[in-house]
Design a protein around this ligand. Structure first.
Ligand code: NAD
Length: 309
């Protein structure tokens, strides 16, 4: 077995070091507030990692627990508090469209998760800057961004190609099409040049920029291909199925593929996948937290820029 297992701790290390040194040398102390309004153990774990990474890097993190019915007022309070630079909410809260509403209650200037409609719209439309002078980069949703960084780290992105085209020729299957992770990730990777098969319980869609990347932003088409057909075609398989019983069929994975799991549950059979994959990333949570903090420092700077102008 020559599979290399790559851990999120190692992938996130350089980002954590960079954050630590930026915060120390500039002598700043950005403040992040996290709202926990559910009883989900995965959310509590995520909050724990956030607190730990923030303590390590010099970010002030405050976890505010409240009932889900008070959450909207609490977010508004934090929006208005100049001492708070970033806000995040541990989802799901209501588990329906009300969560989408809450994502838009968070002020766009403090949205470290990049879930506000403005950021999501810009991401789908491949708009990379907030201003015409191109001084303010758009905030990208942190889990999809974390997965992009994982793919850069393990060498799926080809650095010889220009930015925006570095996945040209790569075929990626993503098993999850949620609005929080799977669909934005499919769009980001397709915007960077990949052909993406986006799988969910209702079927498969293809995200791509056409032959020779002639399209400026990705388009989506329905495909009648099945999981059994797309997995053997894929250079990279990314999975996020929130179920302990789900397992990606290892025998369908292409020899030498890159396999990445972002679900809280182990979607790959650890031993079987190592017989086929060249690179296996069993979890990515720590990279997501590093991206959250990176987004926070970016928003801190934009807020200072806005105050100065
Ligand atoms: P979700 O419930 O909103 O979406 C699940 C998606 O998986 C849906 O698109 C659904 O159709 C698809 N799916 C479910 N069963 C499937 C199957 N058998 N075959 C194909 N597709 C199937 O969940 P979510 O918010 O996207 O989170 C998914 C998982 O990722 C959870 O375990 C969550 O805790 C984890 N997560 C991890 C991070 C991180 O940074 N590591 C961040 C966010 C979410």
């Amino acid at each position: 077995m020559s599979c290399k297992v790559v851990l999120a701790q190692g992938i996130s290390a350089s980002y954590r070091e960079e954050l630590k040194s930026t915060i120390k040398t500039r002598n700043i102390c950005p403040k992040l507030v996290g709202f926990l309004a559910n009883e989900d153990p995965a959310a509590a774990k995520y909050a724990e990692w956030t607190a730990k990474t923030c303590a390590e890097t010099g970010v002030e993190f405050e976890l505010r627990k409240c009932s889900r019915n008070d959450l909207e007022d609490k977010i508004i309070e934090a929006n208005q508090d100049a001492g708070v630079n970033g806000i995040m909410v541990y989802y799901p809260v209501f588990g329906d469209r009300q969560d989408q509403y809450l994502q838009n209650v968070v002020d766009v200037s403090k949205d470290v998760e990049g879930l506000h409609h403005k950021y999501v719209y810009n991401m789908y439309h491949n708009i990379r800057f907030l201003d015409e002078a191109k001084t303010k980069k758009c905030i990208i949703p942190c889990t999809p961004l974390g997965l992009v960084k994982v793919m850069e780290y393990v060498g799926v992105y080809n650095g010889i190609l220009p930015h925006g085209n570095r996945l040209h020729g790569r075929v990626v299957t993503i098993i999850n099409r949620s609005e929080i992770v799977g669909r934005p990730l499919a769009a980001l990777l397709a915007n960077d040049g990949a052909k993406v098969y986006s799988v969910d319980i209702n079927g498969i869609q293809e995200f791509h920029r056409g032959v020779g990347l002639q399209l400026k932003k990705h388009e989506v088409s329905e495909t009648s291909l099945t999981v059994e057909e797309v997995l053997p075609l894929s250079d990279v398989v990314i999975t996020g199925v929130p179920s302990p019983s789900y397992k990606v069929p290892s025998h369908l994975i292409r020899d030498g593929a890159v396999c990445i799991n972002f679900s809280t549950f182990k979607n790959f059979d650890g031993e079987e996948i190592k017989k086929k994959a060249a690179i296996y990333v069993p979890a990515v949570g720590k990279v997501t937290v590093a991206m959250l903090e990176r987004n926070l420092v970016r928003l801190y700077d934009y807020q200072a820029q806005d105050r100065a102008s």
